[in-house]
Design a protein around this ligand. Sequence first.
Ligand code: C2E
Ligand code: MG
Ligand code: MG
Ligand code: MG
Length: 285
Amino acid sequence: EAKRSGLNKVQCFTANLQTQLEKHLYLEKGLRYALENDQFDLHLQPQWTLEGQKVIGFEALLRWRYGAEGMVSPADFIPVAEKTGLIVPIGEWVLSRACQYLKEWQLLGINNCRIAINVSPLQLKAGKFVDALESIALAEGVSADLLEVEITEESLLDGIEEHGRVSTELSRLRGLGIKIAIDDFGTGYSSLRYLRQFPADVVKIDKSFVSSDREELFEPDICKAIVTMAESLSMEVIAEGIETPTQLLELQQLGCLLGQGFLVSRPLTFEEASQWALAGRPSPA
Ligand code: C2E
Ligand code: MG
Ligand code: MG
Ligand code: MG
């Protein structure tokens, strides 16, 4: 009996491994195809002042339009893109699309909305990201202070072992006038000392502290601690994942000034986001 269930477990395990591997290969092929066939899209989620909901910028979120299956979530394909190295060309596509958006806004007279792009530490380790950014932004005539780079707290910690490689690249970016935001803050166990040494301008409170299935803030004490810490390090704070008016109010009460979340807007198409940017606030639908 024990032997049989042991065997079942092994079979189960290999079966699972095989589908994982198959899924991986399938996604890898699909991602290459997507790059060559223009199946990616870059959506923009507004970031706003908690008081008055005035738009200050947007976070760029990658979308993969995938035939009959609809959209594939970046949470599913970014890890594969990282494992296969495809994150480098995909990341350059994101960067150039964001610069195109900023250029179009310039032509429309929108000069005060920044765009934050998510960057994988692997892009920074590959070593050409900053050069690519310089040449693309220059080519599009985009001013660096409208671009922001988000990097997760967790991935920053990997950077330590890479002898500060990631940190060096981020300093170069900052030298160009680009803002650095630490994403998903509070989930990566970084120390205060590390944060202090680290060149960043913005911390984003991870949405797991802000929203859950509850009406109120999920972890008010942690949110408060992050706001206080950021203040003392002169960093800006953005709370992500704001879904209810109560969460918004509680964040305001503990001194947070900026936010992002479904309460005010989901990620938008470029056209929708442009309406927002023109109006400076949520446009009447
Ligand atoms: P992230 O950078 O932390 O982005 C925030 C995620 O939270 C987005 O999911 C967004 O749609 C979602 N979100 C926004 N407001 C709310 C809310 O009120 N409630 C809830 N429950 N969720 C909210 P998305 O677009 O699925 O992206 C998932 C992750 O994939 C991102 O997390 C980011 O780490 C990664 N990602 C997305 N685009 C890119 C990209 O261009 N490059 C790289 N390297 N990673 C990307
Ligand atoms: Mg992000
Ligand atoms: Mg985040
Ligand atoms: Mg995340």
